[in-house]
Design a protein around this ligand. Sequence first.
Ligand code: KIV
Length: 295
Amino acid sequence: MSSQPTIQAPPDAGRLPVTLPILADKKRHREPIVMVTAYDYPSGRAAEAAGVDIVLVGDSAATTVLGHSSTTPVSLEDMLMLTRAVRRAVSTPLLIGDLPFGSYQASDQQAIETAVRMVKEAGCDAVKLEGGNRAAVSRARAIVEAGIPVMGHVGLTPQSATALGGWKAQGRTASAAARIGSEALALQGAGCFSIVFEAIPSEVTQELMQHVEVPVIGIGAGPSTDGQVLVFHDLLGIREGLGPRFVKRYASLLDEMIAGVAAFADDVRQRRYPGPEHVYKIASEEISDLRARLS
Ligand code: KIV
């Protein structure tokens, strides 16, 4: 296992790096926490420049940037490569790396080894794992005890979407909602510094929020969480389709990308590109000399 040099982004003038105590303070002062996903240098720079609090290199990379139809195929090597690129872009937000499916389920030892690689080789500040059953709580505790901060994730956990009955809201009966609450408390008890609630009815979230002490970041969990997260490609419209009902679109970048590439293609076909302003010049005597050499 070779450790790669991590190129750290230069500190953003005037802004202090976001730390775990800062996130806890934000919860205490009811100041909303902003989290977005990022998967490469440009998305990381956008998150940094926009002043978000947390950047997650989500395993949603499997679908957003690698073209898979679910999150399970993304590998640890893929996640390390993507996270290194984001690390080079991000200096102020807390940087969290998602542990991909299959990289932590087998044992606590495997979970520690994977989390250590995400920190040592990709420069993460913390890692995130999915689920709140006994095994997931044990993995979270083991990683925390190894000295790496862990964010939990309950409700709709896409790595186990098939077992959960598909991509649909969770906690829609009292017993299912109570189970999500117990999972969140167990993850908190294992030392998780924060927990993602995904696709849970907002009234359920509101009830559970009264019992959770660590910052809760919601995605499709209503307005009562301590913060909100959206997937970069969803909020900026970089993928086809509208996505789940909780997505709010703030731009339609895919449309702009297609229009830009189509305009380039049209310019090339109509011989409008390159124009005189896009070409390099050479002295006329050099061209005469060249012609003589070529004849
Ligand atoms: O992988 C991801 O993008 C996530 C967020 C939706 C929280 O887990």
